[in-house]
Design a protein around this ligand. Structure first.
Ligand SMILES: [Zn+2]
Ligand SMILES: [Zn+2]
Length: 258
């Protein structure tokens, strides 16, 4: 027992010594920062955080302020299956760098910083959620990437909000071709039947407020399909949170779906 305590103490000391040798790096570049999981001032200045005014449902940023509960034309014409979607930042170079290091590098510590950005966007709803989960990757892709960054961020958000994290709430029931190069309708077709609620958790979803986390919301086809499946399983409220979201400049208010 005592030996185990000594060993644990030694390990902790070794980790602290290593932290001193390897100063924390910026989320998006190699610059040194004071605390792990932070952005350096230069990268922070280049990240376009999404704030008001935005569509109360899909979170699409509006160019001009208006009524607080205003919704965009696409949501008015064809309401999505989720209650609301928010993303921390517009997808751009610095966010891309942070996500690339996160996906393919060894810097899972970035998850902490990215989760902090997402928590900022999802704060009003995280505390009232019944569970937090991530968009599932197909097992084959998970093997290639080693971890699912959406689930990793989801678990951190759940822990900080004090609500259950259920990483295997949803299952990817079949592999899909990559979405790049597909139109919005093509993406939706590609994803039909690709997700299911894990039978082990089916009873938990009915009447629940589920927070669903994705890394980059491009057209919104993936989160829309997942939300449709959750709604079919009886979810009462679905909040989608993304690390980043693609906003096409110039026609921001005319995107058909997120
Ligand atoms: Zn930086
Ligand atoms: Zn909208």
């Amino acid at each position: 027992m005592e030996q185990a305590a000594i060993r644990a103490g030694a390990r902790q000391w070794a980790r602290r010594a290593l932290d001193l040798l390897l100063p924390p790096q910026c989320l998006a570049c190699d610059r040194q920062v004071a605390e792990p999981g932070r952005l350096c001032p230069r990268c922070f200045g280049q990240i376009d955080l999404i704030g008001n005014p935005l569509c109360a449902i899909c979170g699409l940023p509006f160019e001009f302020a208006g009524a607080p509960e205003r919704i965009c034309g696409a949501c008015a014409a064809d309401p999505p299956p989720f209650t609301r979607a928010r993303a921390a930042a517009r997808y751009g170079d610095r966010i891309r760098d942070a996500l690339l290091g996160f996906k393919h590098g060894d810097r899972a510590d970035r998850a902490v910083g990215l989760a902090r950005l997402v928590a900022r966007a999802g704060q009003p709803w995280l505390a009232h959620a019944d569970m937090v989960t991530g968009v599932p990757l197909h097992p084959r892709r998970l093997l290639h990437r080693r971890y699912n960054q959406a689930t990793l961020v989801a678990d951190l958000l759940a822990r900080d909000a004090g609500v259950p994290g259920v990483p295997d709430l949803m299952l990817r029931t079949r592999a899909t071709r990559t979405q790049g190069g597909l139109s919005g309708a093509g993406r939706r077709r590609n994803l039909r039947g690709a997700f299911a609620v894990n039978p082990a958790h089916k009873g938990r979803v009915s009447g629940a407020h589920v927070v669903l986390v994705d890394d980059v919301i491009t057209t919104g086809a993936t989160v829309t399909e997942c939300a449709r499946v959750l709604k079919r399983a009886g979810a009462a409220e679905i909040t989608v949170l993304g690390i980043a979201r693609v906003v096409r400049t110039g026609h921001a208010t005319h995107i058909q779906s997120i």
